[in-house]
Design a protein around this ligand. Sequence first.
Ligand code: PMP
Ligand code: GLN
Length: 383
Amino acid sequence: LVPRMQGFGTTIFAEMSALAVATGSINLGQGFPDTDGPPKMLETAVEAIRSGGNQYPPGPGLPELREAVAAQRLERYGLEFDPATEVFVTVGATEGIAASVLALTGPGDEVIVFEPYYDSYAATIALAGAVRRPVTLRPVEGRFTFDPDELRAAVGPRTRAVLVNSPHNPAGTVFTREELEVIAGVCREHDLIAITDEVYEYLTFDDTEHIPLATLDGMRERTVSISSTGKTFSVTGWKTGWVTAPAPYIRAVQTVKQFVTYATGGPWQRATAYALRNELPWVAELRTSLQAKRDRLITGLEAAGFTAYRPQGTYFVQADIRPLGYTDGMELAKALPDKAGVVAIPTQVFYDHAEAGAPFVRFAFCKKDEVIDEAVERLANLR
Ligand code: PMP
Ligand code: GLN
């Protein structure tokens, strides 16, 4: 293994899911739903396979999906993108993020990330030979947020890009317009590229609205936005994502992607195009159901003695373990299968400043009610 990838080991999601299988525990670790996406969308993928849609799709993606993405960005956010030159299909958001970082940052460049950050960011920045500059999200009145001065102080002469995930995994924060204005201001002032991870764009709760950074003044021309099918339509195994950005950025991303995967699975693209046009009412129901699951899990975690942070978006809850007398989330997450028959994710693996994340473990609530109930019943014996 090359030096720049030393230390990355196995992803925490694979590690903890394997632990769940090995111990027969309830898996509230890796975020994947235990119910399927909309039936007609699944049928569309099957039909695409049966009707011969099984050879290489165009590298940038099927035109029907690029058009559906352009229509979705326009209708939902008022953002206009040319499907031919400004929309690009990738193997999940993961490849979209990796290809963007690899195409747009290089040795010596610095990339600002908000910690805790999704694990692929650190690895991808390392692959690019760039350096990550973490800005820490801390709980303020029950919600994880950042200090604008800390963000401004993280910018230096080598800063090239800011990677922004909202709704944020694992913190559950959906950045407000005010927070986004601070980020946008820094990008404009220092001429930075923004790379946005919006995979939870539909999974927001209460009256929280997801605002794409690209909609802010002066941001469309410097923002590379990424989303995907997995979370919105409960098909995390489909690995179909997209990038929307000005054409020169898309060309850069394409240069990388064509030599990594060349193209993205055709049947999933056809089904995703169908779903973006026809299944958003299904997603609205998913969101309502997830909000109830969020509250169900939080009630259970609080009864078990955790301090739980109510997320504005995503399907994860941050739980502070200190009221239960624990201080090290990694230690507790490793012991949890034996202690309680439940698997969670130790949040500290998503931090450079591990001490800031040590008191937290992350629980997923994209599960059947009876699974959540059984898990919290087991956790009630932790005290
Ligand atoms: N970003 C975040 C914040 C995620 O939680 C995930 C997991 N779905 C991804 C990116 C990866 O998305 P995909 O499965 O589409 O590659
Ligand atoms: N996004 C999922 C999570 O945060 C994990 C995806 C993966 O396993 N890479 O749990």
